[in-house]
Design a protein around this ligand. Structure first.
Ligand SMILES: Nc1ncnc2c1ncn2[C@@H]1O[C@H](COP(=O)(O)OP(=O)(O)O)[C@@H](O)[C@H]1O
Ligand SMILES: C[C@@](O)(CCOP(=O)(O)O)CC(=O)O
Length: 658
C-alpha cells in the first residue's frame, strides 16, 4: 500500500508544503525525510500530521510524528529572504533558542534581523558571524528532518459525513507548547491564506498525542553521603522504574493536573493563575540548557501559596510528601514552561518503593524533567542511530533539570541519583565543584553481581539523614573529614578492582575483596550515625549464616541494604535467611543492575499481546495506566521490558562505550 504524506510546515518563512510518497505496510513505523531551508529559529511544528491513502485503500491512516533527527547541511536552499522586512514576526515565539548552539537568541525586538543572523551564524558554525552581513551573502544551511511516523489504519466509517471532512483533515497540526493558535491549523492555499468552510470546522482536538517517559531507580554501591562532600561514588541503575504519562489537553482547558496515586495525590491548578511573571523576569528566567545549582528563594516564595493549597485536609505527614513532589513539579513547570503552555495531565506511577534508598525521588525527577523538555521540543531523539555525542547532550539537559527537582525534594543532593537515573548503567560519579557539571565516568563492564536487596520497610527521609551528617560534620569537621576521605578511597579501590581484568564476579577471591570494601563502607556509614537497628539486624542475620557482605544503600536511617552473596552460598542457607526476613517484616527484591536510563514512549502506544496489536498497538490511556494493578500490572502494561526483552516502542538515549 502507498500513502501520500503531506507535510506542511508552520511558522516557517516561506510557508512550505511537501508531498512525500512512502510505501507502508499495515500499521508500522516508517521514516520520512524532509529537507527544509532553515529560516526559523527552532524546529518547525511537525507535531501531528495525517496521511491520506493515495491508492488501493478504503480507510484513513492517522499518523503521529516525531522529529528523529535534524542534520544541518551546508548547501543553499532554493529560496532566500530578500530583505530583512520579510522576516517573520518573532514575538509569538518565546523563548527563542538556537537548536544547534543552545545560545539564547535576542527577544528584545531591537532588530529582528539579529535573531536570524545569530541563528544562521550558529548553524554555519564555522562562519565568522561578521561575514554574514549584509544578508544574504552567507550560504544558508538546510536542515534535514527525519520523521518517524506511527500510523494506525482505521476502517472507513459507513456515513458520508466522513468523506466531506476527509479533505479538510488531510493536513492537520497540533499546536506547540509555545504556540499561539489553537490545535487545528487549516491547509494553506496558494496565497498563503488560511481558510476552511464552516461545514469543515471541527471541535478542538487534543494538541499532542499522549506520551510516556520512564526512568530507573538506583542502588549506591559505594560512597553515599561522602558523595555530597565531593567524594566519588559508584551507583548503578536497577530494573525498578517510574513511569510518567502525559496527556495534552485541548486548548480551551487551561489546567495543569497531577495524578500521583502512589502518594495519593491529585491536584489541578489553573495555568493562568500560576506566578509566571516572576519566573519570566529576565534576571530569573532560565533556559532548557541552564545549569541551575541552587533554588531561587524568590521563586520558591512565589510558589508557596500554590503548594499550600494542595491536600489541605490531609495529615501533616502526608502533606510533607505531597509538598516535596508538588514543589519539584511546579518549580520545573514554571522554569521551563511559559504562560502559553497547554493544559496537561501528568499521571505518575512507580515500581520503586518510596523513601527506601532506591532513588525514587531521582527517578520521578528525571521523568518530570524529561517530559517537560520533550513537550518543549528541546530534545533530539532518542532513536537507535543517534550518535553517542548527541545522546550525551540530551542526557545532560535532562539531568540538569532533574537535579533541580531533586533539590526541591531533598535540599542538598549530590546529583548521583539523578545522574544514574538519567544515564542508566553504572557510573563513578563525583561533583567537586557545584557550579560545574559533575564528573561522570561510566563503568561499561559493570559486573553482574550476585546481590540481595532487602527493604527494611523502615521509612526514612534523605533530607533528614543528609542534614544529620551535615550537623556532625559541623561539630567534628576534622574527624568527619577523615571518614569521608576514607569513603572516597573505598570507592576508588572498588572502581579499580571492578575494572581490573582479573576481576571475576563468579569467583570467590574477587567477590571477597569487593565484599570487604562493602563491609568497611558500611562501618563508616554507621559511624556517621546513618544506620538503623533494622539495617543492623539484616547484617546480623546474613553474617550469622556467613553467606555474604552487607551494607546500607542510599541515605540510611532505614531504607534498603545490599548484600553481596558469596558464590558458594548454599540454597538451603539462603532460603532460611529469606524466611527469616519475611517473618521479621523485611521485603526482598530481585533486581538486575545496570539497565537503561531515561526512556520515551512517543506516542503512548505499545504492543501488549492484545487484539489491538493487530491495529498497530494498544494505546495507553490514563484510565488503563491508573487501573493497572500493582507493580506487576504496571510492568505488564507499560514496562520497558516485556517477557521477551526490551519492548518495541520505548526508546532510550544511549551513550555507547568508546
Ligand atoms: N511514586 C512517587 N510519586 C510521587 N512522588 C514520589 C514518588 N516517589 C518518590 N516521590 C517523592 O520523592 C520523595 C522521596 O524521596 P527520598 O526521601 O529521597 O527517597 P528515595 O530514597 O526513595 O529517593 C517522596 O517524599 C515524594 O515527594
Ligand atoms: C545520601 C545520598 O548520598 C544518597 C541518597 O539516596 P536516596 O535518596 O536514599 O535514594 C544523598 C545524595 O547523594 O544526594
Amino acid at each position: 500500500m502507498r500513502l501520500r504524506i503531506r507535510v506542511s510546515i508552520r511558522r516557517c518563512w516561506p510557508a512550505v508544503q511537501h508531498d512525500k510518497e512512502a510505501a507502508f505496510s499495515h500499521s508500522i513505523c516508517t521514516v520520512v525525510r524532509v529537507e527544509e531551508p532553515v529560516f526559523w529559529p527552532g524546529p518547525p511544528d511537525f507535531h501531528n500530521l495525517t496521511a491520506k491513502l493515495s491508492q488501493g485503500g478504503n480507510g484513513t491512516c492517522t499518523c503521529t510524528t516525531r522529529v528523529l533527527s535534524t542534520k544541518t547541511l551546508n548547501h543553499p536552499p532554493t529560496s532566500w529572504p530578500k530583505s530583512l522586512e520579510l522576516l517573520p514576526a518573532v514575538d509569538s515565539l518565546s523563548p527563542l533558542f538556537c537548536e544547534n548552539c543552545s545560545a539564547q537568541l535576542r527577544t528584545d525586538g531591537e532588530a529582528q534581523a539579529q535573531h536570524w543572523l545569530a541563528l544562521t551564524a550558529s548553524l554555519c558554525q564555522t562562519l565568522d558571524r561578521r561575514r554574514l552581513l549584509p544578508l544574504p551573502l552567507a550560504p544558508v544551511p538546510t536542515t534535514r528532518y527525519h520523521f518517524e511516523i506511527h500510523h494506525h489504519l482505521h476502517p472507513t466509517p459507513p456515513d458520508d459525513s466522513f468523506k466531506a471532512t476527509k479533505e479538510a483533515q488531510m493536513i492537520e497540526f497540533a499546536d506547540t507548547p509555545n504556540g499561539s493558535s489553537n490545535g487545528v491549523v487549516p491547509p494553506v492555499n496558494g496565497n498563503g491564506m488560511h481558510h476552511r468552510t464552516l461545514s469543515q470546522r471541527r471541535a478542538s482536538a487534543p494538541m499532542a498525542p499522549a506520551f510516556m517517559v520512564s526512568a530507573p531507580g538506583k542502588v549506591i554501591v559505594f560512597g553515599e553521603h561522602s558523595v555530597v562532600y565531593g567524594k566519588a561514588a559508584i551507583a548503578a541503575a536497577i530494573a525498578l522504574r517510574s513511569y510518567l504519562h502525559v496527556t495534552t489537553l485541548s486548548k480551551s482547558r487551561r489546567t495543569v493536573s497531577l495524578r500521583f496515586p502512589d502518594i495519593d495525590l491529585t491536584h489541578s491548578w489553573d495555568i493562568d493563575n500560576l506566578p509566571w511573571a516572576i519566573f519570566q523576569q529576565p534576571d530569573k528566567k532560565k533556559s532548557y540548557y541552564s545549569l541551575v545549582t541552587e533554588l531561587d528563594p524568590d521563586l520558591l516564595a512565589a510558589l508557596q501559596p500554590h503548594i499550600d493549597e494542595v491536600s489541605p485536609e490531609r495529615s501533616e505527614e502526608i502533606r510533607k510528601v505531597h509538598r516535596s513532589s508538588v514543589t519539584a513539579f511546579l518549580y520545573l513547570f514554571l522554569s521551563l514552561g511559559s504562560p502559553r503552555f497547554p493544559g496537561c495531565l501528568y499521571t505518575l506511577r512507580s515500581t520503586i518503593p518510596i523513601s527506601a534508598g532506591l532513588g525514587s525521588s531521582a527517578s520521578i525527577s528525571v521523568c518530570l524533567a524529561a517530559a517537560l523538555l520533550v513537550q518543549l521540543r528541546t530534545l533530539s531523539g532518542p532513536h537507535p542511530d543517534q550518535p553517542s555525542e548527541e545522546a550525551r547532550v540530551q542526557i545532560e539537559r535532562i539531568n540538569r533539570w532533574a537535579f533541580v527537582s531533586e533539590m526541591c525534594i531533598h535540599g542538598n543532593p549530590s546529583g548521583v541519583d539523578n545522574t544514574v537515573a538519567t544515564q542508566g548503567k553504572a557510573v563513578v560519579f563525583q561533583r567537586t565543584d557545584y557550579s560545574k557539571p559533575p564528573s561522570v565516568r561510566p563503568l561499561w563492564d559493570f559486573p553482574e553481581l550476585p546481590l540481595l536487596l532487602v527493604d527494611t520497610k523502615q521509612a526514612k527521609s534523605t533530607a533528614h539523614e543528609v542534614a544529620k551528617v551535615g550537623k556532625l560534620n559541623k561539630t567534628h569537621p576534622k574527624l568527619v573529614g577523615t571518614i569521608l576521605d576514607a569513603m572516597h578511597n573505598i570507592t576508588d579501590a572498588a572502581a579499580e578492582l571492578i575494572q581490573d581484568n582479573t576481576f571475576d564476579a563468579k569467583e570467590e577471591e574477587s567477590l571477597r575483596k569487593l565484599g570487604e570494601l562493602m563491609t568497611i563502607n558500611h562501618g563508616l556509614l554507621n559511624s556517621l550515625g546513618v544506620s538503623h537497628p533494622r539495617l543492623e539486624r539484616v547484617r546480623e542475620l546474613v553474617d550469622h549464616e556467613g553467606i555474604g557482605w552487607t551494607k546500607l544503600t542510599g541515605a540510611g536511617g532505614g531504607g534498603c541494604s545490599i548484600t553481596l552473596l558469596k558464590p558458594n552460598a548454599s540454597a538451603e542457607k539462603l532460603s532460611k535467611l529469606e524466611s527469616q526476613f519475611e517473618a521479621e517484616g523485611y521485603q526482598k527484591f530481585g533486581t538486575t543492575l545496570g539497565g537503561d536510563g531515561v526512556g520515551v514512549l512517543w506516542p503512548a502506544v505499545l504492543k501488549n499481546g492484545t487484539e489491538e496489536d493487530e491495529e498497530g498497538g494498544m494505546e495507553i490511556d490514563v484510565e488503563k495506566f491508573l487501573n493497572a494493578q500493582g507493580t506487576e500490572g504496571v510492568e505488564q502494561l507499560v514496562g520497558v521490558h516485556g517477557d521477551g526483552g526490551e519492548r518495541e516502542g520505548w526508546k532510550f538515549w544511549r551513550v555507547e562505550s568508546e
